[in-house]
Design a protein around this ligand. Structure first.
Ligand code: GDP
Ligand code: MG
Length: 348
């Protein structure tokens, strides 16, 4: 995914890179293209507006470091804002709680809940050496519980024995008892989905939540469904309260908009990506890598970072020399303050 956006922005920035100085109208022109690209990538309009406005604020009148072009500077500013929009840093599962730690998986039917449950369980068991129990609460589809049991055998993770006729909350409570008495570290609950959001689904998920107090409530959303996935995330977050999002099928040709909008619409981080049907097709969500992929310009970004670091280093050395000679004056002090302000702005 993300290729359309990357190509589109590539053309814009190629044009900018050929220019020496960057006027306000250049910035506006570039950002008009960015705006269209983001909308075409299926990013919600309010998200796009906020993004463009904050980039504009920084781009116009931003000091252009010597040895790079204004266009490269704009690329870096757009990149940094994309990273922010995507959540800043990697957010991992937070399983610091009394065992058994409950992880509840929610989402629409077919979004990849059962698959992701098994993938996460496999990773926790193999990489983090956790003792994991999985339980399917999906009584709506006849073979759903058996599907999880099959995956459990495949990844060597225990599943709760199936008792015919039990309802989701009963199953969840039984799973919790088994997890406690048999010393499991993590209990993963794979809830039932629906084709679309309805009240019965929400009530069921709320009841399971209240009965098990999950440390993590992860929404599993299909990236291919674009704006619908964003709406699903918003509603689940309002009704159930999410701690994170697992975005699946990013191996498909989905537009990147869902990933971009998810975070700002729900305020909740994307924690994991589903990258295929295999049990190890699971990745951490790295905002900087995704932003790099969207822009397709990682080389420019690192070039600017190096240029900024070099300038800062030169300035610092000059000042150090002055201080040694005792010629450090108020102007120097001011330039130090400016430097600090600049760093603060980059870091913000
Ligand atoms: N290509 C791809 N397929 C996926 C991914 N995650 C799940 N699937 C497939 O999507 C289908 C539905 O997944 P499932 O876990 O049963 O969805 P559930 O109804 O939410 O439990 C299955 O055929 C999975 O193999 C993914 O990240 N990439
Ligand atoms: Mg399922």
């Amino acid at each position: 995914m993300f290729e359309g956006l990357s190509n589109r922005l590539g053309e814009v920035f190629d044009r900018l890179k050929k220019r020496g100085a960057l006027s306000e109208s250049d910035v506006n022109e570039a950002l008009r293209e960015v705006r269209i690209a983001l909308l075409e990538a299926d990013v919600a309009l309010p998200v796009v507006k906020d993004f463009i406005n904050s980039v504009k604020e920084r781009a116009i009148g931003a000091e252009v470091v010597k040895s790079i072009t204004p266009g490269q500077m704009v690329v870096k500013i757009v990149h940094d804002h994309l990273v922010e929009l995507l959540g800043g840093t990697v957010q991992t599962l937070d399983l610091v709680a009394a065992a058994p730690v409950v992880v509840m998986m929610v989402g629409l039917q077919g979004s990849g809940k059962t698959t992701s449950t098994a993938k996460i369980a496999k990773r926790l068991a193999e990489r983090d050496r956790k003792k994991v129990l999985m339980a399917s609460l999906d009584v709506a589809r006849p073979a759903a519980q058996e599907q999880l049991a099959v995956l459990g055998r495949q990844v060597s993770v225990a599943t709760l024995p199936i008792v015919a006729g039990q309802q989701p909350v009963e199953i969840a409570k039984r799973a919790l008892v088994m997890a406690k008495t048999e010393g499991y570290d993590v209990l993963m609950l794979d809830t039932a989905g629906r084709l679309s959001i309805d009240d019965a689904l929400m009530l069921e998920v709320e009841a399971v939540r209240d009965a098990t107090q999950p440390a993590e409530t992860l929404l599993v959303a299909d990236a291919m469904t674009g704006q619908d996935a964003v709406n699903t995330a918003r509603i689940f977050n309002e009704r159930v309260g999410l701690s994170g999002i697992v975005l699946t099928r990013i191996d498909g040709d989905a537009r990147g908009g869902a990933a971009l909008a998810m975070r700002s619409v729900t305020g909740k981080p994307i924690k994991l990506l589903g990258t295929g049907e295999k049990m190890d097709a699971l990745e951490d969500f790295h905002p900087d890598r995704i932003a790099g992929r969207i822009l397709g310009m990682g080389d420019v970004v690192s070039l600017v970072e190096k240029a900024v670091a070099t300038i800062d280093q030169e300035e610092a050395e000059k000042l150090a020399a002055k201080m040694q000679k005792g010629t450090f004056d108020l102007d120097d002090f001011l330039s130090q303050l400016r430097q600090l302000k600049k760093w603060a702005a980059w870091a913000a």
